[in-house]
Design a protein around this ligand. Structure first.
Ligand SMILES: [Zn+2]
Length: 231
């Protein structure tokens, strides 16, 4: 049986924001970097859920947004906890802490939604003048999420725990791109650079391996068992 694993996806979290704002709130955390599967949420989660589908054990995605309802796709349950960040619903999320052989992915939208504070928002050249305002809303939301993240991680003590992102966010670093997804086309390298934080003694894993729990290994073992090579 595999150890249960929690992967928290802080939507649109940058590596520098993780280092400066999130890391100081987390106990026993080690910061690394990874390359995400896509430049925006939907393709990133298509890849994540495909990998989860190949995994063994109980597979659940809880999201605070991005999915309209409860769905089950290829054996992976998608549960929309609320329209706001899912880690606000701490009791509901923590009710899964006793799950065995469980791969639980939490998807929190709070940081991603910084721009909704500004009516008429659209990622465009005109918005460049408001760069500082957007940046301060983004970093304030990261400061709000960090202590809640620590509370959630503590409830899952005994699990292998990770914090990462589905993509990053650009604030005109290259002089032309703002936001992620289509507006950031041409700077895919930077928008797919994401933090990969390990908590405590969680093993170091490649980004792809975060989303399957003993899957590949189990396939090999099952095949060998079927051929009579192992009991
Ligand atoms: Zn996203």
């Amino acid at each position: 049986m595999s150890k249960s694993r929690l992967v928290v996806i802080v939507d649109a979290l940058r590596v520098d924001t993780a280092a400066q704002i999130v890391m100081p709130s987390l106990s026993g955390a080690t910061l690394g970097e990874a390359r995400s599967f896509g430049t925006w949420t939907k393709p990133a989660f298509a890849a994540i859920s495909s990998l989860m589908a190949k995994s063994e054990g109980v597979r659940i995605v809880m999201t605070g947004g991005g999915w309209p309802q409860k769905i089950e796709w290829r054996g992976v349950a998608f549960v929309t906890v609320s329209l706001s960040p899912c880690i606000n619903d701490l009791e509901f999320v923590a009710s899964y802490a006793g799950c065995e052989n469980c791969l639980l992915v939490l998807h929190d939208f709070h940081v991603h939604q910084y721009f909704i504070e500004y009516p008429g928002y659209a990622p465009s050249e005109q918005n460049k003048k408001d760069k500082d305002r957007f940046w301060s809303a983004y970093t304030r939301r990261a400061r709000e999420v960090a202590p809640r993240l620590e509370t959630v991680l503590q409830r899952f003590d005994g699990w292998d725990r990770y914090v990462t992102a589905d993509h990053s966010e650009l604030f005109w670093e290259d002089g032309k791109s703002f936001h992620h997804g289509k507006p950031a086309e041409g700077n895919e390298g930077e928008v797919r650079r994401v933090p990969l934080i390990r908590i405590g003694d969680a093993p170091e894993l490649a980004y792809d391996d975060l989303f399957s729990l003993g899957g590949a290994q189990a396939d090999t073992e099952q095949r060998l068992r079927a051929l009579g090579y192992i009991d």
